[in-house]
Design a binder for this molecule. Structure first.
Ligand code: TYD
Length: 140
C-alpha cells in the first residue's frame, strides 16, 4: 500500500542484516538516520483502546519504528491528514517539525521505538490542535 503523506514526513526502509540465525537492524545517527540521536524512548504495554500523542513538535525530528506489533499513526501537516499502519520492524516513519501526530489501535504486543534529535523538552510541544493550525498558518 502506498500512502500520500503530509509534508515533512517519510516512510523509510531499514536494511535488515539477516542470516540463518535471524534478523538485526542497526540505526546509526547521521548514517541511515538523517540526524544525530540525542534520545531514544519506547512506548509499550499500551492498554486496549488507548490512543496517544495528540501533539506536534516545533523543532523535533524523530524516527518511529514498530519493532513489535502494530499501531496506526495519524500525521497531519495542517493541510493533509494521513493515517497509516506502523507494523514492520524494517520500516520507519520519519517525522519532522510541525506535524500533528496521533497513535491509535495499539496491538497488545506493540513496542513503538522512537529516536529523536533532542532531549525531552516540554516547551517544544504544541498540545492544542487549533494552536497547531495557527502556528502552521503563521509560518506559511
Ligand atoms: P507524552 O508526551 O504524553 O507521550 P505520548 O505523546 O506518547 O502520549 O509523555 C508521557 C510522559 O512521559 C509525560 O509525563 C512526559 C514523559 N516523557 C519523558 O519524560 N521523556 C520523553 O522523552 C517523552 C516522550 C515523554
Amino acid at each position: 500500500m502506498t500512502y500520500t503523506l503530509p509534508a515533512g514526513c517519510a516512510l523509510v526502509d531499514l536494511a535488515i542484516r539477516g542470516d540463518d540465525r535471524g534478523s538485526l537492524i542497526a540505526l546509526e545517527g547521521d548514517r541511515n538516520l538523517p540526524f544525530a540521536v540525542a534520545r531514544v524512548y519506547y512506548v509499550f504495554g499500551t492498554k486496549a483502546g488507548v490512543s496517544r500523542g495528540f501533539h506536534a513538535h516545533r523543532k523535533l525530528n524523530q524516527l518511529a519504528v514498530a519493532v513489535s506489533g502494530s499501531c496506526t499513526m495519524l500525521v497531519d501537516d495542517g493541510s493533509r491528514r494521513t493515517a497509516l499502519p506502523l507494523d514492520r520492524p524494517d520500516q520507519g516513519l520519519l517525522l519532522g517539525p510541525m506535524l500533528w501526530r496521533e497513535m491509535h489501535d495499539f496491538s497488545p504486543d506493540c513496542v513503538l521505538l522512537v529516536m529523536a534529535d533532542t532531549p525531552y523538552d516540554e516547551s517544544d510541544y504544541v498540545r492544542d490542535y487549533q494552536a497547531f493550525l495557527r502556528e502552521v498558518r503563521a509560518a506559511a
